[in-house]
Design a protein around this ligand. Structure first.
Ligand SMILES: [Zn+2]
Length: 466
């Protein structure tokens, strides 16, 4: 069905301009500035980086009236920017390019290189945010600068929203704030966001291009045990730490039931041919029959695939006790769950509570990031068509497949506001996850430049779509 729609759409040929290689130096400078401007929640400032971006756009010819910096008064460092490049046809609906500027915390002492210096080494860029998602942010910004400078003629208005707070569920979220307070400013037929993109195999060969069209819902839970405590020289049977640890062990041994939807079924069916071997055979079998648990078990051996096979929950933070010579009065843990669409946060809470099987371990929802997003997005050929076309040009022969992300993005704030959001990115990450959120985050230099060229081209195609 999806293929047929695309085939019809793709009968209209579009001429693509040759990628302007000279812009790689410019891209690199922008990327470097973005990586080297610390935007972690603890000590960084998205507002500062948004201001630098606004300055560049201004130099490219954006009038102040098309630049909308924003920051909530109580979150002065978590601001962002909306930039508007008006199209010629008032009836053509805008497209929105969405990017988060903030990055996950990174400690210098844990990293091999300074996380806030863009290091190029052995064909890789290293630094916090080089993958998630300053490579894409820089591509969006440079695309807008170039289109403005080139006087590009386009029907649709192109909007860019750079926001903060995506990486920390408890932080002020700029995308959520825009959806609530500036809905008209960001209105679009659809938004392009992180979450999709290419995947390389371990030898760096392009395997697949994905378009994110669904995502799991992140939810944190607190497990807490309290106890009267006392002097550690006279231990008693009930100990908050042991009690919590016993509960956590039970959660660690549990696997949520295998689940499937149209997006993941199509994904596994298409991925099978690329992966081959035992894994490929398991994917084919599972796509045909989701009750084939043997096949699912093979797929689940890969953490990336396991993440889209079912709801997952994992302990991520632990805190207990108040002195090394006192019985703990309190022990708590954070369990981070990624909920498969169709299951509610409350159902998962109830399951965790059942698993720990101890009424003294309180299981509560720790936070609320956003409304539960709408289910899978429609497989809109207006979105997928240009990706198919340009992928065939840049990475001939690799399939384009819809994908569900195990991780969450700011799309979760836009879809409930009526802006269908898709993960479209030309960035190809390594099979190891590129160190995103972890240590020594990295992207292949060649992959970043090619991705930036792809994104420049694809925005031009979307901008003139009817
Ligand atoms: Zn991200």
């Amino acid at each position: 069905m999806f293929r047929t729609l695309l085939a019809t759409l793709l009968t209209t040929a579009i001429a693509f301009p040759a990628a302007a290689q000279g812009d790689h130096a410019r891209y690199r400078a922008l990327y470097k500035e973005m990586v080297e401007t610390n935007t972690s929640l603890s000590v960084g400032s998205c507002t500062a980086l948004a201001a630098k971006v606004a300055g560049h756009l201004k130099e490219s010819g954006f009038p102040d009236s098309d630049l909308h910096p924003f920051a909530a008064p109580d979150h002065p460092k978590e601001g962002g920017l909306v930039a508007v490049l008006p199209g010629s046809d008032p009836k053509a609906r805008p497209i929105l390019l969405l990017g988060h500027l903030d990055v996950v915390e990174a400690k210098r002492e844990d990293w091999t290189r300074d996380p806030f210096t863009l290091v190029e080494e052995n064909g890789y860029f290293y630094g916090r945010g080089v993958a998630d998602m300053k490579s894409l942010d820089a591509a969006w910004v440079l695309t807008l600068m170039r289109l403005k400078e080139e006087g590009f003629k386009h029907k649709r208005t192109i909007k860019l929203a750079l926001t903060c707070g995506e990486e920390t569920s408890t932080a002020f979220n700029g995308a959520g704030w825009l959806a609530e307070h500036e809905r008209a400013l960001i209105d679009a037929e659809f938004a392009l966001n992180e979450g999709g993109g290419g995947r390389l195999d371990k030898d760096g060969k392009a395997l697949i291009m994905t378009v994110q069209a669904a995502e799991k819902f992140p939810q944190n839970y607190t497990l807490e045990v309290t106890n009267p405590g006392g002097h550690s020289s006279r231990p008693v049977k009930k100990n908050a730490i042991y009690q919590l640890a016993a509960g956590l062990t039970k959660i660690s041994q549990y696997e949520f039931p295998i689940a499937i939807n149209d997006i993941t079924r199509t994904y596994f069916a298409k991925m099978a041919g690329q992966v081959g071997g035992e894994m490929g055979a398991a994917m084919t079998a599972f796509a045909k029959d989701p009750k084939d648990l043997k096949a699912a078990a093979v797929i689940a051996t890969d953490p990336s695939y396991n993440g889209i096979l079912h709801t997952t929950c994992v302990a991520t933070l632990l805190s207990a006790g108040h002195a090394n010579n006192a019985l703990p009065q309190r022990a708590d843990a954070n369990i981070n769950c990624r909920i498969f669409p169709g299951t509610t946060p409350e159902e998962v809470r109830a399951r965790l509570s059942e698993l720990v099987a101890d009424p003294e371990i309180k299981v509560t929802l720790a936070d609320k990031r956003s409304e539960v997003p709408k289910g899978p997005q429609p497989l809109n050929p207006k979105v997928f068509g240009p990706v198919e076309q340009l992928t065939a040009k840049y990475w001939p022969g690799i399939p384009v497949v819809p994908q569900m992300s195990a991780g969450a993005t700011d799309g979760a704030f836009l879809t409930p506001a009526g802006i269908p959001t898709y993960g479209v990115s030309g960035m190809f990450g390594d099979a190891d996850g590129s160190g995103a959120h972890g240590l020594n985050e990295h992207m292949r230099v060649s992959s970043v430049y090619k991705g930036a060229d792809f994104l420049y081209d694809i925005v031009k195609v979307y901008a003139n779509e009817k």
